[in-house]
Design a protein around this ligand. Structure first.
Ligand SMILES: [Zn+2]
Length: 237
């Protein structure tokens, strides 16, 4: 990281598990219990937004209460120290921002707000939580339609501006540090290819293998909340 700047970090669910947010794609995760087509797809939301909110309401509450862990805090510290240019994340939990990271690209959206599919009016998270305190699903104050969380549902395209910015960052990175992502979900899984094709290097900190292990200059099979603080300590000294 000292030698290969700029360094861009790509994070997935593994960076937030220590904050008590389970990896929903794991065998014991959410989508093993709930059919994503029934609760997490855009078709399901259009067909029955109340049903989808019955699933999302406790999840939003859980995500709002979660606290950044040592992994998030270390990435923010590494950015302050000038070793990290930006964090591209698949997570929707806002924990990088809350840990103090400034350049965060959220390629799967976030719980920061919700948008009305009827009139397009957007409600911030605080307002969504207020509405949820009074109802099972938040209705748009302007037109009464049930609002949709600004997270990418199955069957939806990723936010174009975020994926463009992420691609640009991956191409310009001398080092792409992947943390807590199995690199299985495209198009995010294509970002390491962008870095490698442009002559950059790849480092991976993840529990378990990824399809890019053979291309990585450095591979650490470990927990983000343990590995990243050690990295930050080393680079700060
Ligand atoms: Zn509306």
């Amino acid at each position: 990281m000292r030698a290969r700047q700029p360094c861009v970090v790509l994070t997935g669910a593994g960076v937030s598990t220590e904050s008590g947010i389970p990896d929903f794609r794991s065998p014991t995760g959410l989508w093993a219990k709930f059919d994503p087509l029934e609760y997490g797809s855009i078709e399901a939301f259009r067909a029955d937004p109340l049903k989808v909110w019955s699933f999302y309401k406790p999840r939003v509450a859980m995500l709002t209460e979660a606290q950044p862990n040592a992994g998030h805090l270390s990435l923010a510290e590494l950015e302050r120290l000038g070793f990290v240019e930006a964090v591209v994340t698949q997570n929707i939990d806002l924990l990088h921002e809350r840990a103090g990271s400034r350049e965060v690209v959220e390629v799967h959206g976030s719980i920061r707000g919700a948008t009305c599919p009827g009139c397009g009016e957007r409600q911030p998270l605080e307002r969504v939580l207020e509405l949820l305190a009074e109802a099972d699903a938040p209705a748009c104050p302007a037109c009464g339609e049930i609002v949709k969380p600004d997270v990418v549902f199955f069957g939806e395209l990723l936010p174009a501006a975020a994926i463009e910015r992420a691609t640009e960052l991956a191409r310009s990175a001398a080092l792409l540090l992947v943390v807590g992502s199995a690199l299985e979900v495209y198009p995010v899984a294509g970002l390491p290819e962008e870095t490698l094709a442009a002559g950059g290097q790849l480092a991976i900190v993840n529990r378990g293998p990824t399809p890019f292990d053979q291309w990585a200059a450095l591979l650490v099979d470990g927990n983000a909340a343990a590995v990243l603080p050690a990295l930050a300590r080393e680079l700060a000294s």
